[in-house]
Design a protein around this ligand. Structure first.
Ligand code: DAT
Ligand code: MG
Length: 137
C-alpha cells in the first residue's frame, strides 16, 4: 500500500457542533498525518465543482446550500492507504448504516448532515485537493 493524500472536510454541521477536535484527534490517533488545514466558508462555485459528480441528483441544490452555509474545515491528510483508511474512519454515507466507532456512526443520524467528507479514490483526491489547496499537492 502506498502513501496517499486525501481531502477531508469537517462539514458545517461538524464545525457548528464543536466536533473539529474530535475528528482531528481520530485522524491523528489512527496515525495519519495532517499536511494542511484551513477554516473557511466555501464559495458556491467551488462547492458545485467539488460535488460535480452529483450535479444531476435531486439533492444537489440542498447539498450545495448546506456545504456553503457556514464555515467548514478542509484538510489534506496523508498516510499509508489514507484514502480508504479515512473512508473507514468516517463510516458509511448514511449515518444510520455507519458502524458504531466510526465518525458518522458515533455522531450523526441524517445523510444530509453526516459531519465529514473524504475523497473516494486517487483521482477524486487529486481533483478535490486542487479545489481546496490549489497548487499545493
Ligand atoms: P460520501 O460523502 O460518503 O462520499 P456521496 O459522495 O455519495 O457520499 O454523497 C455526497 C454527499 O451527498 C453525502 O455525504 C451526503 C449527500 N447525499 C448523498 N446521498 C444523499 C441522499 N440520498 N439524500 C440526501 N443527501 C445525500
Ligand atoms: Mg463522495
Amino acid at each position: 500500500m502506498a502513501i496517499e493524500r486525501t481531502l477531508i472536510l469537517v462539514k458545517p454541521d461538524g464545525v457548528k457542533r464543536g466536533l473539529v477536535g474530535e475528528v482531528v484527534a481520530r485522524i491523528e490517533r489512527k496515525g495519519f498525518t495532517l499536511e494542511a488545514m484551513e477554516l473557511r466558508t466555501l464559495e458556491r462555485e467551488k462547492a458545485e465543482e467539488h460535488y460535480a459528480e452529483h450535479a444531476d441528483r435531486p439533492f444537489f441544490g440542498e447539498l450545495v446550500d448546506f456545504i456553503t452555509s457556514a464555515p467548514l474545515v478542509a484538510m489534506c491528510v496523508s498516510g499509508e492507504g489514507a484514502i480508504a483508511g479515512m473512508r473507514t474512519l468516517m463510516g458509511a454515507t448514511n449515518p444510520l448504516e455507519a458502524t458504531p466507532g466510526s465518525i458518522r456512526g458515533d455522531f450523526a443520524t441524517q445523510i444530509g448532515e453526516n459531519i465529514v467528507h473524504g475523497s473516494d479514490g486517487t483521482e477524486s483526491a487529486q481533483r478535490e485537493l486542487g479545489i481546496f489547496f490549489p497548487g499545493r499537492f
